[in-house]
Design a protein around this ligand. Structure first.
Ligand code: FAD
Length: 341
């Protein structure tokens, strides 16, 4: 978004996992049939002994009228590049970062975006002509991490003069008037709108027997097994209840983040290998995860959590430093090198 790195530096061709002995089939999955142990794609039918579903979320900006026309969708690389090119031309007005629904992947993203934009405009000497605000249905930043972390991030935003508007839900966007319309007739004007689009369960999952009530896949929180013995689900597509409540009668859910997809994948891969080979020992996913929070100036904070902790998740946050920023880059470089060399 700030143009600090080029797409080629953070992307790899996925078919290079063939070097690891993994066959990659590039096709659209149209149907999952747990009873028939098969999936139908637009190219072929594939049968399986074991299935691991990792279809993520379906980004759906179109469900909010006016949103697609008016906003920069931060979760689309091409749009992030367009935003990068347009940011250098922006010199005054209201920048709004909108969280358009919950749940959404990467709970730190809107807050990182606000802090990075503050840094960007400050270093260009324009900050006093630009208001930055966040509008979100959340009560506090990163609510699953608990009130202490939420307050700490809120204070970080206040110190950087970023306004935080919680508990508001978008209904539509008037792109001609450049105005956001929220439930309860609240209006917010904008000159530049950056959005976390609605994250919905993928259609093919929602229409399958794997889906729970809302469309995500309920799984055993330790083994990631679905209600079918030979089908597992990992990552953003899953619904995992946590100890504690979001609000009365609403359970906390495991956030959608790459760190969990990654840790869950290692558990499922290990356990399938043990089951198939009949050797080795099984592992359990323990709900631990961590995330970096980029704040600009080459610094990042670092939050580490035990999300299965009783009576509610426990998360600890380290102060922002250059160390955590470089740790994130090294982490990324290591995994890109390990899997795609
Ligand atoms: C801008 C941004 C920054 C982020 N930063 C962080 C971070 O710092 N730390 C962190 O932990 N997480 C971060 N995340 C979140 C992280 O990227 C996701 O949580 C993670 O990628 C989830 O992995 P997944 O395998 O569940 O889903 P995905 O990575 O989304 O993969 C799902 C795949 O399934 C494919 N698919 C879906 N439907 C079909 C179909 N019908 N047929 C064929 N293919 C299909 C999709 O095209 C996609 O390739 C970030 C996300 C974004 C957008």
């Amino acid at each position: 978004m700030l143009g600090e790195r080029e797409p080629r530096e953070i992307s790899r061709k996925i078919n290079r996992i063939r070097n690891k002995g993994v066959e990659f089939i590039n096709a659209e999955i149209e149907e999952i049939s747990p009873q028939g142990n098969s999936i139908k794609t637009n190219k072929q039918n594939i049968s399986y002994d074991y299935l691991v579903v990792s279809l993520g979320v379906e980004l759906s900006p179109q469900i909010v009228p006016g949103l697609s026309q008016a906003a920069y969708n931060l979760y689309d690389l091409d749009v992030a590049i367009r935003l990068r090119d347009d940011l250098v031309k922006f010199s005054s007005g209201n920048v709004v970062i909108l969280v358009s629904g919950m749940p959404y992947k990467c709970p730190a993203a809107p807050y990182e975006t606000a802090l990075l934009l503050d840094y960007f405009f400050k270093t260009r000497g324009l900050r006093d002509k630009i208001n930055i605000s966040i509008c979100t249905p959340e009560p506090l930043p990163m609510p699953t991490a608990g009130p202490q972390i939420g307050q700490a991030i809120k204070q970080m935003l206040e110190a950087r003069n970023i306004s935080f508007n919680p508990l508001i839900k978008i209904t539509s966007v008037n792109s001609d008037e450049k105005e956001l319309l929220f439930e309860g007739n609240k209006n917010v004007p904008f000159d530049l709108l950056v959005v976390i689009p609605p994250n919905l369960p993928p259609k093919v999952v929602k229409e399958s027997d794997l889906a729970g009530e809302v469309g995500w896949i309920p799984v055993d929180r330790n083994t990631l097994k679905t209600k079918f013995d030979n089908i597992y689900a990992i990552g953003d597509v899953t619904a995992i209840k946590l100890p504690g409540q979001y609000k009365p009668d609403v359970p906390l859910m495991l956030p959608k983040a790459g760190v969990f997809a990654h840790n869950q994948a290692e558990v499922v891969a290990n356990n399938l290998a043990v089951e198939i080979n009949g050797a080795g020992s099984k592992k359990e996913f323990n709900g631990d995860g961590s995330c970096f929070l980029e704040i600009g100036y080459g610094k990042a904070g670092y939050a580490k959590g035990s999300f299965y902790n009783q009576p509610h998740p426990f998360v600890d946050m380290k102060n922002p430093s250059h160390w955590w920023h470089w740790s994130k880059i090294l982490f990324e470089k290591y995994w890109l090198w390990k899997w795609f060399k």
